[in-house]
Design a protein around this ligand. Structure first.
Ligand code: UDP
Ligand code: MG
Length: 341
């Protein structure tokens, strides 16, 4: 374990009075898994020889998980318990964990025993050797059903392609964050699946470490393989939009508006010219009998021009919303890694 201790002390100036490591564990009906997970965590963390805290977020469990957590808490003062009023979802649980964590480094993992706490030192070593802000677990031997592995691998590739953030495994909860990063990521919806993207968006360095995947110890997965797909797709679209156009929606909507306006004008303008041309050749009768109002092409032209106005307005409204978003919330449009004076 000496190497890990060394790694920790180089990442942070390990002052034993302040908390160094925060472990964040979302819990939703995991009654059969909590005690063994806690034991495993303590076995690993006590060897690291740094101050630590274990934050369990009870996300509205109804199976007595909270009572078990309270028992664990009375025996171990490292444990911090956060109880939600109802089930708010895993993303919210992570967000609460980040808000309450006081460690310099923050580790997230599942409560069901799928992640092995023994991998935590490996993440820390990786963070130290590559000087990055986020280390992701990359499950080598996924224990889940084949259909789920296939779906998740397809989703992963699509997400990598569309966001240009190439990581192998977004679904592994075992992750290590530097405090600054975890605290500057705003989470909502199902966005915990997109932490690598959210992190890269603010310029964080991301690395991966192969980890061991285990079977869920007891209880059931909270997500179906198929039922999560539409949600993931919708979130992907949001993320894609945010990654590229969040600060300048006009570039997306205005672009579409310009293309629509140009094509629409060419089509309807062409038809009008044809009518005039017919008038010049065949006189007033020719002009009059050359019908363009009932031509599908003319309708398409008008439709495109009107659509372009809509898109243009959407771009403008988007720009206004972006301004409200950044100014009202005092949100930074940049993220500083460090300032050297
Ligand atoms: N979880 C949670 N709130 C929820 C759903 C899940 O806090 O609404 C927790 C759950 O207890 C577990 C982790 O999030 O610790 C991951 O959930 P699960 O193991 O069911 O997901 P899977 O590993 O199957 O993707
Ligand atoms: Mg799990």
């Amino acid at each position: 374990m000496d190497t890990e201790i060394h790694a920790l002390s180089t990442i942070i100036n390990s002052n034993t009075k302040t908390c160094v490591l925060s472990i964040v564990v979302p819990v939703y009906n995991e009654v059969g898994n909590l005690e063994s997970l806690h034991e495993e965590l303590v076995a690993v963390l006590s060897h690291l020889n740094v101050s630590y805290e274990i934050i369990f977020i009870d996300d509205g469990s109804t199976d007595g998980s909270f009572e078990i957590l309270q028992q664990i808490r009375t025996k171990d003062t490292h444990v911090i318990l956060i109880q939600f009023r109802r089930n708010f979802g895993q993303t919210a649980a992570f967000a609460a964990g980040f808000d309450y964590a006081s460690g310099e480094l923050i580790v997230t993992l599942d409560a069901d025993g799928q992640n092995n706490p023994k991998d935590i030192p490996l993440l820390i070593e990786k963070m130290d050797s590559e000087d990055c802000d986020l280390v992701l677990g990359w499950r080598m031997n996924r224990q889940e059903p084949l259909i789920r592995r296939i779906l998740s691998s397809i989703a992963n590739r699509i997400i990598s392609r569309s966001t240009n953030v190439y990581v192998h495994d977004r679904g592994c909860s075992l992750k290590l964050f530097k405090k600054d990063l975890a605290k500057s990521i705003r989470l909502y919806g199902q966005l915990h699946r997109y932490l690598p993207e959210l992190a890269t968006m603010i310029g964080a360095r991301v690395a991966e470490v192969p980890t061991i995947d285990r079977k869920r110890r007891s209880g059931k997965s909270k997500y179906g393989s198929i039922s999560r797909t539409p949600r993931v797709v919708l979130d992907l679209m949001t993320i894609f939009f945010f990654l590229i156009y969040s600060t300048s929606p006009m570039r997306l909507f205005g672009g579409v508006a310009l293309v629509g306006f140009f094509t629409g004008s060419v089509i309807s303008g062409g038809l009008v010219l044809a009518k005039i041309y017919n008038g010049i050749i065949n006189g007033w009768i020719g002009f009059h009998t050359y019908e363009i109002g009932n031509r599908p092409l003319f309708l398409l032209g008008i439709f495109l021009v009107m659509l372009s106005v809509q898109f243009f307005m959407m771009g403008l409204i988007g720009e206004m919303i972006v301004r409200v978003y950044y100014e009202a919330g005092n949100k930074p449009i940049y993220h500083v890694r460090q300032v050297i004076k």
